[in-house]
Structure formats: structure tokens, C-alpha cells
Write a protein of this length. Structure first.
Length: 235
């Protein structure tokens, strides 16, 4: 009975969260501004998010899943026997590993499936290497607090297949922290803006090429002019 009451309480909380008004535009700066984030309830839906790198992510955008950055280990123990005949009575263990995403899960955030999983004490499944290079579509953007309402916000993306369907029965992909997923390369943004460090590295490489006559001075100056606003942070 107690378990049923707890489940209903969680479910009603989700319904209340989903009833919140949409946030039309949310920036990374907003998520770190206490005067803003303490007015937002966890689970609020966002229509467009501007990342710390000034890239835009909107509902309906297509993204690419990069390489997994984690590894899951599985160990099985065998009795070391054939039928009823033990081979010395010594158990043997065999470990296998597979690459998994650290920030991409096979579940909706705070959805019905994840509630049942948590209640049953089961671990949530992380997406594995089979999803690498998949083109996905952003179905939802939601923002949550990193703890209480007085903690900064982070963005969760719910991804679907490019054909508009889910990944299997009730299996959406959820990017549990958009900023960290982008930073780690697990999620690749199309038309992503070059960072300042990347621009400096590219200009240094071009200078080296010019010094060994693999690039003309004219082309170097053109590239330098193109990258200058990024390096000086003047857009």
C-alpha cells in the first residue's frame, strides 16, 4: 500500500511539472544566474537553448551521436563443470566489456519507465556503441535543478529517430546533461561554432604551413581575418 501511495505521489508530481509554461529561450548564462534559476521549476520545457559555446539547440533540430566515453564491465562466474561432472570444483569468471555513453540513457527523464525502473531497484540502461554516428532529432528540451531550487539548472534533451519514431518500444534516448555531452563529444551539433581554443590551434597550424611554403601568405591572411573575431571574442 505504501509503495502504491509513493508511486501516485511521484506521478502527480510529474503531471504538475509538465503543466508548467514553456520557456521560449534559455541561455547557459540563465542557468547559472540565481536571480533567474530560482524562479524556474524542475521539468520546465524549453523551446530553444543557447549553449555556453553560443550554439543554438531547438526542438526539431537534428544532431549526431558521437563516440561513447564510458565502458561497462560485465562479469559472469561459471562452475567449471560439464553436466554433473565438476572440473576440479573450481569456479571460473569471465569478464566482458562494452562501450557505453556516459550521458545518453535509454529512457525518458522522470518518465513512467524510469519511475518503474527506480522502484524495482534496477539500473537505467545507458545507450551503447551501436548508436554511434546516428542522426537523431530533438523531441524535447527540459531543464532541471542540480538539487534544490536554489541550485543552477542543466538541460536534458529527449531524442527520437530521424523518422519521428522512438528507439524501440518506449525507448527514447535522453541526454542527461547537454553541456557535458557536447563537451565530451558524445553529442555533435550540426553547424557548431568553433571555440576560441580551436581557432587559435587552427591559426597556429596555418602559420606553420605558411612557413614551410605549404600555404600562401594571402591565404593565411584571409584565414587570420576570418578567425580574428573568434579569438578576440568579438562577433
Amino acid at each position: 500500500m505504501k509503495k502504491t501511495i509513493t508511486f501516485l505521489t511521484i506521478l502527480l508530481s510529474i503531471i504538475h511539472i509538465n503543466a508548467q509554461e514553456d520557456i521560449n529561450l534559455l541561455t547557459y548564462s540563465n542557468t547559472q544566474d540565481i536571480n533567474f534559476f530560482n524562479t524556474i521549476k524542475s521539468g520546465a520545457t524549453v523551446k530553444e537553448y543557447i549553449t555556453t559555446g553560443k550554439n543554438s539547440v531547438k526542438i526539431g533540430d537534428t544532431l549526431i551521436l558521437g563516440s561513447p566515453t564510458s565502458q561497462e564491465m560485465n562479469t559472469r562466474t561459471y562452475s567449471g563443470s560439464y553436466g554433473n561432472q565438476l572440473r576440479g570444483g573450481v569456479a571460473q569468471s569471465r569478464s566482458t566489456s562494452k562501450k557505453t555513453y556516459e550521458f545518453v540513457k535509454m529512457v525518458r527523464p522522470a518518465g513512467f519507465g524510469s519511475i518503474m525502473t527506480a522502484m524495482n531497484g534496477d539500473a537505467q540502461n545507458m545507450a551503447d556503441n551501436s548508436y554511434k554516428n546516428s542522426i537523431v532529432i530533438v523531441n524535447e528540451l527540459k531543464t532541471y535543478h542540480r538539487g534544490s531550487k536554489n541550485k543552477p539548472l542543466y538541460i536534458v534533451m529527449v531524442l527520437g529517430e530521424i523518422n519521428g519514431k522512438a528507439f524501440g518500444i518506449n525507448k527514447y534516448l535522453s541526454v542527461m546533461d547537454t553541456e557535458l555531452a557536447i563537451e565530451s563529444g558524445e553529442v555533435l551539433l550540426k553547424n557548431r561554432k568553433m571555440t576560441r581554443d580551436e581557432a587559435i590551434a587552427k591559426l597556429k597550424e596555418a602559420k606553420e604551413l605558411m612557413e614551410i611554403d605549404m600555404m600562401t601568405k594571402e591565404n593565411f591572411e584571409e584565414l587570420k581575418k576570418e578567425l580574428a573575431p573568434i579569438i578576440t571574442n568579438k562577433e
